[in-house]
Ligand binder design. Sequence first.
Ligand SMILES: *[C@@H]1O[C@H](CO)[C@@H](O)[C@H](O)[C@H]1NC(C)=O
Length: 331
Amino acid sequence: MLGFIITAASLSSLSLLFSHASAIPVKRAVSGPVVIADFPDPSIIKIQDTWYAFATQPNFNGNIHIQIASSKDFSAWTVMSGADALPNMPSWVNTTSGNGLTWAPDVTQRDDGSFVMYYSAVTNTAGEGRLHCVGAATASSVTGPYAAVGNGPFVCPTDQGGAIDASGFRDQDRTRYVVYKVDGNAIGHGGSCNNGVAPIVPTPIMLQQVAEDGITKVGGPTQLLTNDASDGPVVEAPSMMRSPDGTYYLFFSSNCYATPDYDVAYATAFAPTGPFTKYGPLLKTGTYNLNGPGGADVDQDGKHMLFHANYGSGRAMYTAEIAVSGNLVTA
Ligand SMILES: *[C@@H]1O[C@H](CO)[C@@H](O)[C@H](O)[C@H]1NC(C)=O
């Protein structure tokens, strides 16, 4: 297999893509699984000489809300066995069912050196014990333990299905944002991911500016993308980065995570608020022999990415080293 992937072009960008392709070094950039235990929706942050990965509550131990793994070289990863980055749930979380079903954490460092974690958990404010919302928690050490901020969620549009998959982004000018998914398929009409039957419910990816604390909202949210016919029922798992030339890359997954159509797709823009143009999958079933890759998070260096793919009976963590050139992303 070629070491670069030409799957991402819209017709209008083909000439741009081919003019860049010859400059892309050919190498195998995806590795894994690097964590074989069920370790879905990993997020990435590098602190000094160590990479940290945070993942969704595992199937094998529902008492752990947020898993942690680390690596010195981005190659060999060690799970902190039994560790829970978020041991105590705030009162807005319904822990009756599956300990809150805690999903898709993301850790960001603040300018004062402390850390903010965004996570998704089942809210009890909707009264039905099934809709997720996004919470925020803080810690002085990257591995936690993280303590919930206040008694309420950070983002919780239950009338639209709730919210999940929040991810922090600090722009070059130090402006901070959080991207997240409105979890519309949670109130969908059945089928794949409960959103494959018309009328399809929107699952927009939103951008919320926040203050330096990562939590205080500045203005209201902006919609960056939503699920259209090319995405199957869902877009989710957003992660944003900026390249040195000023292009903004929004990685996301389309289709349902429980199907082979799940992927790591991306869109680009010249401002964090968009408008974003979608460029199809970077990783999909078959790429590097992956099975249902998705849930990616890119490091703020714009080069290192974590994602999960189906492996055995769970979702294992993989790594990717990516390169960008204009509207082309390669792995
Ligand atoms: C909490 O979740 C349980 C189990 O799903 C559900 O029966 C209960 O109604 C939920 N409680 C609230 C306040 O939503």
